[in-house]
Design a protein around this ligand. Structure first.
Ligand SMILES: *Cc1c(COP(=O)(O)O)cnc(C)c1O
Length: 375
């Protein structure tokens, strides 16, 4: 069997183990230490905009703590992009709150500003103003940030920016992960950089950063003994994971440019094949890290999704349907939804293709061969 070609697998830069060794040598084997502080500083420098970063155990934990700090509680409503991974939406329910799902627009596949405003108006009319809006830059493609923030501002609703897939992407020259009242990153194994598992909260102030760390370390009050006046969580990143993160930061820009090259490979590969559309940036204002390259397979294509997936699987090449919209998930089927069904159409006709920065020339040739044999 030929070796497996994954959608996106960990790609080490080379210095990760040196940072981990340092942690061992100095016995910082804990959810705090110099690597955590160092990784936070690296991220703050990278993101700019005077942001403050708190490293956490996962991106999902970061979304949860953003909701906690925005005061989201029992029976509150939170608007969330429906076309996303469940990690965006699940934390809403941890707070006993209810997700309200909003569909995407076709340019970026992210939250549609018009549907967002319709949703807000209708929720207010029904008696409840949403407590927060979770926007996502899916597959690394920046959403229509200005339009979305304008609607949020008009109704004075705070924004949580889920940039889990979009580290290294920019919108109008500004880094994704710097647009929210709180923004979150993920360093899960399949993301553009990884700490084997981890996440971060990007904050607007030192106060917010400190408060995030407070909640992430069991909300311990300032006292000589353990005193608690708030419910806290055990969500801090370990100093070992952060060591991997520091090594990964050294190669982040390189990984972004490699993923963009792979996207260009697919653009060229499918250029002359009717009915296949590679996801692309709507204009030069949107700069995607192309975390995953995605295609839509239309009815006039020379092969169906099933035929394509079968041919790829046979060659031990991973492909995957696009994210199944949250409003179609059994866990969320009774939640309110606003949109025109675009995400459902994308789910039905789209596929993610191998996109890792560690794909070799030989891997790309194997992929091209499958496509050429089908046409
Ligand atoms: C990966 C991901 C998350 C969650 O991050 P974890 O670190 O896996 O908890 C949230 N939202 C999106 C869009 C993601 O892709």
């Amino acid at each position: 069997m030929k070796n497996k070609i994954w959608l996106s697998s960990p790609h080490m830069g080379g210095n990760e183990q040196a940072y981990i060794k340092e942690a061992f040598d100095t016995n910082w084997i804990a959810p705090l230490g110099p690597n955590v502080t160092g990784f936070e500083t690296d991220l703050e420098t990278y993101l700019g905009q005077n942001k403050k970063v708190a490293c956490l155990s996962s991106g999902t934990a970061a979304i949860h703590l953003a909701l906690v700090q925005l005061g989201v509680g029992l029976n509150d409503e939170v608007i969330c992009q429906t076309f996303t991974f469940c990690g965006s939406a699940n934390p809403i329910t941890y707070q006993g709150a209810k997700p309200v799902f909003v569909d995407s627009e076709s340019d970026t596949w992210n939250m549609c500003p018009n549907h967002l405003e319709l949703a807000i108006k209708d929720r207010i009319k029904k008696g409840k103003k949403p407590k927060a809006i979770i926007i996502v830059h899916l597959y690394g493609m920046p959403s229509k940030v200005d339009e979305l923030l304008e609607v949020a501002k008009k109704y004075q609703i705070p924004v949580i920016e889920d940039a889990a897939e979009a580290l290294g992407s920019t919108y109008k020259g500004q880094k994704c992960g710097t647009f929210g009242d709180f923004s979150i990153l993920s360093f899960n194994g399949n993301k553009i950089i990884t700490t084997s598992g981890g996440g971060a909260m990007v904050c607007n102030s030192v106060k917010d950063k400190n408060q995030t760390i407070f909640y992430a370390t069991q909300a311990r009050d300032n006292a000589p003994h353990y005193e608690h006046s708030k419910i806290g969580y055990n969500y801090r990143m370990s100093n070992i994971s952060a060591g991997i993160g520091r090594g990964q930061m050294e190669v982040l820009d390189k990984h972004v440019s490699l993923r963009r090259k792979i996207n260009q490979f697919y653009v060229d590969l499918f250029k002359n094949i009717e009915g296949i559309e590679v996801q692309k940036e709507p204009s030069s204002e949107f700069h995607s890290n192309f975390w995953l390259s995605c295609i839509l397979i239309k009815e006039n294509a020379p092969f169906t999704i099933a035929q394509f997936q079968e041919a790829m699987t046979k060659e031990n090449i991973e492909t995957r349907p696009l994210w199944k919209p949250m409003h179609l998930q059994p866990i969320f089927k009774n939640q309110p939804y606003y949109g025109d069904g675009l995400s459902q159409l994308l789910f039905k006709t789209g596929l993610c293709l191998p996109s890792g920065s560690n794909l070799t020339e030989g891997d790309l040739q194997r992929i091209a061969l499958v496509v050429n044999n089908l046409t």
